[in-house]
Design a protein around this ligand. Structure first.
Ligand SMILES: Nc1nc2c(c(=O)[nH]1)N[C@H]1C(S)=C(S)[C@@H](COP(=O)(O)OP(=O)(O)OC[C@H]3O[C@@H](n4cnc5c(=O)[nH]c(N)nc54)[C@H](O)[C@@H]3O)O[C@H]1N2
Ligand SMILES: Nc1nc2c(c(=O)[nH]1)N[C@H]1C(S)=C(S)[C@@H](COP(=O)(O)OP(=O)(O)OC[C@H]3O[C@@H](n4cnc5c(=O)[nH]c(N)nc54)[C@H](O)[C@@H]3O)O[C@H]1N2
Ligand code: SF4
Ligand SMILES: [Mo]
Length: 766
């Protein structure tokens, strides 16, 4: 099924360093790779990279385990009736995919095809081409991992400022982390340096809300060690203290906050002492934090999974933003800022209209995505509008979404499914056809995690290796599928190809005219560009062609900011071409927009420079809080399991080979000394962990950073990988064998993975 990659070419060890980026988290630090044949012999940070400037964490140095491992797929695979797979040729595979998707489309319409994924932490470029195929097919519903973490935030921000914001942590006087452990999880440039800088500066403060004493919490000035799942009570109490003690910025509120009264009234009714008790943080500490925030020149906050995947998550996303709104920290250095976007398709979090709902369960579509926890119910039903086919690319939803068993069932209930991946993943093992992609170091790649202000950056990474034989880059895969489906006719593109060979100006004219005459082909424009502009691009950058449209969009939307960033058109050329050419030319990323602080309001979608805090559903929820539980434990499940915390050697399931880890080889269940003693456990023991959905048998590691009653499993474990004898082995626990679909937020539908009721049992004789 999968074999040790064999390479025919005789690439010699070279002393040349090739530039690329780490693909293991959204920071995408620039790296340099020294090759020995196809091995990544050494990796170091790229000091010239516009954002990371040489910074990496320990994980980047182990990327050879992603690039070169026994699990790489080298042939398309077809599922046999008995559930095993056989290799087939690319021509057969593409024909089967086109036939499978085409059949569902003609019998039930394009909306019966569901698209999932489109890239992980380092690979979004190919998603443009995958989306083009989906759009060409008439696909209406799609989703990806963002709809199990960030859609609550997107829903809140849509109402508050109409766009996505991110903190400028380099400059904020007070930095607040809400359910985020940035020491391990990064998410902003040179995270550890930034954290240390704040910790070492007496003028600045760090506030961390986390039940666990994480590495980040240890650096904090204020560690609010809340009881798991009680952040809403904690933050509501801080806000109430700010209002009660006159710690809000009245001038800012007067000028920039719309309709504040209902919120202030609700905050005046918050029972501060009671809420402090419920979250288990002393009132004095809450008062100290309220004061520190209220008196700061700038306050910025960063939320993450600790609250996005826990009770009341959308409410917490709302409340935590009010900390900086009431402090008047907006449109100034060190605040949370909206930012430019690299093209409309890159705006994953750009909130969209609320009116769309899923066909079967009526779940709300947020930011264009359906809630991940609803997908199975959109399939496993006899509803006439159910999803009947899936295209899954660059994601492993069987492993990464709640209730893996149910997702397996859903995939097998489909009329047709295709998975595009570099490995035979848990999801691939349920698909009808599996297509092997070239790795992220074997093709051009880019990410749309460009969330920075005042300077925003974008990097186009060049391939550092030839594709592994047998694999294809996704743009080629998608173009072939589109052609087999007849979404366009290659012969019709001859004038475009000819024009592209003449020059960019000629191409622009012909291309724009072509689309004007074929408006139905606008959604598949990325594929047209790949086949026409693509072949004229240098250095194997064919697949960068779709970025040309986005670059034109950037130039049209932010012309002044692009020029301010030092990009300008040559005579006879356009600003869009200049942005595109700058990308093609750079190995270190480019700053594509440079804003000023007085332009912040232009990036919001509110009118009259106002922040709209009156969100009736949130205020109603805030008023309901006193009646909501703080504890979901039962006699049957007395513990709270954080199912999937990030550690120094976890990276979602991007690297499958367990040998990549230098620590925590087994993915231990972290448990407090109190709970360990109660269960008679010592370090390294195994224990049975039981939830309502399933059970597992992890080893335990006793850790006094955890509160009694709180246990934690790492993410990224429990995947199959062939050992040196080709036997498939699984190390550690796949967290979503233990999680449930109905355990989720009532607004965004995001799962409560950080708050799974659980119990421990001794392992009896086996
Ligand atoms: N090393 C590493 N880094 C990564 C990743 C990785 O796999 N490995 N993945 C990347 C991805 S995709 C993401 S989304 C980010 C996620 O980044 P984070 O959200 O920072 O990661 P987690 O460790 O999942 O959760 C953060 C914290 O939430 C805390 N927590 C649990 N329950 C609660 C609660 O009720 N309230 C509060 N306030 N906190 C709680 C946990 O103790 C934990 O410290 O990391 C990115 N970076
Ligand atoms: N219980 C629990 N579940 C969780 C979480 C948790 O904390 N707890 N965290 C959640 C979060 S925040 C996230 S972001 C998700 C992540 O889960 P997923 O969105 O499923 O993403 P990844 O783990 O990034 O998986 C990426 C897939 O892409 C493949 N891949 C790598 N390179 C390429 C390439 O070049 N082309 C293609 N086509 N494929 C490639 C990898 O082999 C892998 O199968 O997990 C979520 N699931
Ligand atoms: S894991 Fe993230 S922070 Fe670490 S090197 Fe890779 S991109 Fe940078
Ligand atoms: Mo994530």
């Amino acid at each position: 099924m999968s074999s040790e990659p064999t390479v025919s070419s005789e690439q010699k060890p070279s002393s040349e360093w090739k530039k690329s980026a780490c693909i293991l988290c959204e920071s995408n630090c620039g790296i340099e790779i020294r090759l020995d044949g196809r091995r990544f012999e050494r990796i170091r940070g790229n000091k010239a990279h516009v954002e990371s400037k040489g910074y990496t964490c320990e994980k980047a140095l182990r990327l050879d385990h992603y690039q070169n491992n026994r699990g790489r797929l080298t042939s398309p695979m077809r599922r046999r009736d008995d559930g095993t797979y056989e290799p087939i040729s690319w021509d057969e595979a593409i024909a089967e995919v086109a036939a499978g998707l085409g059949r569902v489309r003609s019998d039930h319409g394009g909306a019966a095809v569901f698209r999932y994924g489109g890239g992980g932490q380092g690979n979004h470029l190919h998603g443009l081409y995958g989306q083009a195929v989906a759009d060409g097919l008439g696909v209406r519903y799609r989703s990806n991992a963002i709809a199990q973490e960030k859609t609550g935030e997107a829903w809140v921000e849509a109402k508050l400022v109409g766009t996505h914001t991110r903190p400028e942590l380099d400059r904020s006087e007070v930095a607040i982390f809400v359910g985020k452990n940035p020491w391990q999880t990064h998410g902003f440039p040179h995270a550890r340096k930034t954290l240390r800088a704040i910790a070492n500066d007496p003028e600045r403060s760090m506030v961390v809300l986390d039940p666990r004493r994480t590495q980040s919490a240890e650096l904090a000035d204020f560690h609010l060690q809340v009881r798991p799942g009680t952040d809403a009570f904690c933050i509501a109490a801080i806000l109430a203290i700010m209002v009660r003690d006159g710690l809000v910025d009245d001038g800012f509120i007067e000028r920039h906050v719309d309709d504040v009264e209902p919120l202030v009234a609700a905050l005046r009714d918050v029972p501060i002492e009671d809420f402090a008790e419920r979250c288990d943080v002393a009132v004095d500490e809450l008062v100290a934090v309220a004061k520190r925030i209220g008196q700061a020149e700038s306050v910025a906050s960063f939320e993450d999974l600790g609250i996005e995947q826990a009770p009341n998550s959308t409410l917490v996303s709302y409340l935590q933003r009010l900390l900086w709104v009431l402090a008047g920290s907006f449109a100034k250095p060190g605040a949370n800022h909206p930012h430019s976007w690299f093209g409309k398709r890159g705006s994953l979090l750009k909130p969209t209209a609320e009116s769309r709902r899923t066909p079967v369960t009526g779940a709300q579509v947020i930011a264009g995505l359906i809630p991940c926890n609803s997908i199975c119910d959109e399939v496993l039903t006899d509803h006439p509008d159910r999803f009947r086919a899936m295209i899954i690319e660059g994601a492993n939803p069987v492993h990464s979404l709640a209730d893996s068993g149910r997702f397996r069932e859903a995939m097998r209930a489909l009329d047709f499914s295709v998975v595009v991946d570099v490995a035979m993943t848990e999801t691939a093992r349920q698909a009808d056809i599996v297509l092997p992609a070239s790795s992220q170091y074997e093709k051009p790649e880019a990410v749309f995690f460009n969330f920075h202000f005042p300077d925003n950056a974008f990097s186009l990474r060049k391939p550092v290796l030839e594709p592994l034989p047998g694999t294809l880059a996704e743009p080629e895969i998608h173009a072939r599928i589109a052609e087999a489906l007849g979404l366009y006719d290659l012969d019709d593109l001859t004038p475009l190809r000819d024009a592209a060979a003449t020059g960019r100006a000629a191409f622009t004219a012909v291309f724009d005219e072509y689309l004007a005459h074929h408006p139905e082909q606008v959604p598949i424009a990325p594929l047209l560009l790949y086949r026409t502009l693509g072949p004229t691009l240098p250095d194997g950058l064919e697949a960068a062609a779709a970025l040309w449209s986005l670059a034109r969009g950037v130039a049209a939307t932010y012309p002044d900011q692009v020029r301010r960033a030092g990009i300008d058109a040559d005579p006879g050329s356009t600003l869009g071409d200049a942005v595109f050419d700058a990308l093609l030319a750079s190995d270190d990323g480019i700053i594509f927009t440079r804003h000023t602080y007085d332009e912040v309001w232009d990036l919001t979608v509110t009118t009259d420079q106002t922040i709209r805090v009156n969100n009736p559903r949130m205020i109603e929820k805030l008023r309901e809080l006193p009646g909501l539980p703080t504890d979901y434990a039962t006699d049957e499940y007395p513990l709270v399991l954080s199912a999937g915390e990030r550690r120094s050697f976890t990276a979602n399931v991007i690297i499958r080979d367990p040998a990549w880890r230098k620590a925590d080889q087994h993915g231990a269940l972290a448990i407090s000394p109190t709970d360990a003693e109660h269960h008679g456990l010592v370090d390294g023991d195994r224990v049975r962990l039981v939830t309502a959905t399933g059970s597992a048998e992890p080893t335990v590691a006793i850790d006094d950073a955890l509160q009694a009653g709180h246990i934690a499993l790492p993410n990224g474990f429990g995947v199959e990988h062939p050992d040196d004898r080709g036997e498939h082995r699984t190390v550690g626990v796949a967290p979503n064998e233990l999680t449930a679909l109905d355990w989720k937020d009532d607004i965004a539908g995001t799962p409560w993975h950080k708050h799974v009721p659980a119990r421990l049992e001794p392992i009896t004789a086996r």
